[in-house]
Design a protein around this ligand. Structure first.
Ligand SMILES: *[C@@H]1O[C@H](CO)[C@@H](O)[C@H](O)[C@H]1NC(C)=O
Ligand SMILES: *[C@@H]1O[C@H](CO)[C@@H](O)[C@H](O)[C@H]1NC(C)=O
Length: 342
């Protein structure tokens, strides 16, 4: 899937500085906008409450363009392994982006029935990409709802189910969002992948996406569970936690499974392409703020990376994915990793 055409010209224009900020701002405002945990703008085009608000947003956008330009000049000089770009989040400061999160309750993590153990007699391959094995569905869009945890968990269940049955069934995040409140998840207000797994396990199933489509993208929470057993797409037997912070164990697990992980979102909202290696995010377990799914790993010019599936649409980053530096628990990627057993 190609990037939305709007975003590339915007950066090209910014670099050339040949068009006024006004016209770039006008183009920006008609782009889509949504993120993990908060509501700010409408899906189809930016709507600001007042002229004062718009003036402020425009100044944030102008600053963001300068920062992106400066970052990418340094990336061109080899100082960074990734590029930043204008996207749907470019009228928010990093502080705003983070402050509006209703994030994880990182102190209350559920402990899975099993803890992952590396089998030392098995040597993990140097490259793994589950997208090429037919077990990873198209990248989805959570829109204006803090449902990253449900998208992360469902991606892992879809993959585990496809590995077991040989058939990729696209599953329902909405089912998990509506029905896992009693496990501590809070719908669009945030949740945990392990809580989602426990719900699906106890419920003995999760419905298909087709039968139970996603509707929370407007920021509304729906508390009515509409699970219907006749539309069950998969079920899970249990789930497994990767030992906290253990990137070696994560590597071994990802060589066998798609793994649901949490990260500190850091500068991800400015990401365009490349291997995200930054000191702008934390690897402290208490700073986890976003959930994604690791679908593989590899290395490029000697730089190791994780391949990570996001839920911000196919126009985000590298066709909906991003690559994250591997080897320093970047953004805490190994801090809250788990996968289901079908
Ligand atoms: C480790 O992997 C080897 C080779 O695949 C297998 O024979 C053995 O049973 C595994 N050990 C455990 C504890 O799973
Ligand atoms: C459950 O799904 C089946 C098949 O789609 C349908 O016939 C049935 O009416 C549904 N039950 C409820 C309670 O919605």
């Amino acid at each position: 899937m190609i990037r939305a055409a709007l975003f590339i010209p915007l950066f090209a224009l910014a670099a050339a500085a040949s068009l006024s900020l006004d016209s770039q701002w006008e183009s920006f405002k008609v782009s889509d906008s949504y993120s993990c945990f908060f509501v700010l703008q409408t899906k189809y085009g930016k709507s600001y409450e007042s002229n004062v608000e718009e003036t402020y947003r425009r100044s944030v956008f102008a600053q963001k363009m300068e920062l992106i330009k400066a970052h990418n000049e340094r990336a061109n000089n080899g100082e960074f392994t990734y590029r930043k770009g204008i996207n749907k989040f470019s009228d928010l400061t990093t502080e705003e982006f983070k402050a509006k999160y209703l994030g994880f309750k990182a102190t209350a993590r559920r402990i899975a029935p099993f803890i992952y153990k590396v089998n030392k007699t098995v040597k993990a391959p140097t490259l793994v990409d589950w997208r090429t094995k037919g077990i990873v569905s198209e990248v989805k869009e959570q829109q204006e709802c803090g449902a990253c945890w449900a998208f992360s968990a469902i991606a892992a269940i879809e993959a585990a189910n496809a590995q077991k049955t040989g058939k990729l069934v696209v599953l329902s995040e909405q089912n998990v969002l509506d029905c896992s409140w009693k496990y501590g998840d809070q719908g669009c207000g945030g949740g945990y992948m392990d809580d989602a797994f426990l719900y699906v396990k106890d419920n003995n199933g999760v419905d298909t996406e087709k039968s139970y489509p996603y509707i929370s993208g407007d920021g509304q929470d729906y508390h009515t569970c509409r699970y219907n057993e006749s539309n069950k797409g998969a079920s899970i037997a249990s789930f497994v936690d990767i030992p906290e912070g253990d990137e070696e164990a994560l590597l071994s697990a990802v060589s066998e499974h798609v793994v649901a992980v949490a990260i500190d979102v850091g500068p991800l909202h400015d990401y365009e392409a490349g291997i995200l290696n930054t000191n702008e995010c934390s690897s402290d377990p208490k700073d986890l703020s976003h959930a994604v799914a690791v679908v593989g790993y590899g290395s490029e010019n000697g730089i190791p990376f994780w391949i990570v599936r996001n839920s911000w649409g196919q126009d985000f980053g590298e066709s909906g994915y991003f690559r994250l530096y591997r080897g320093s628990n970047m953004c805490g990627i190994a801090n809250l990793a788990s996968y289901p057993i079908v």
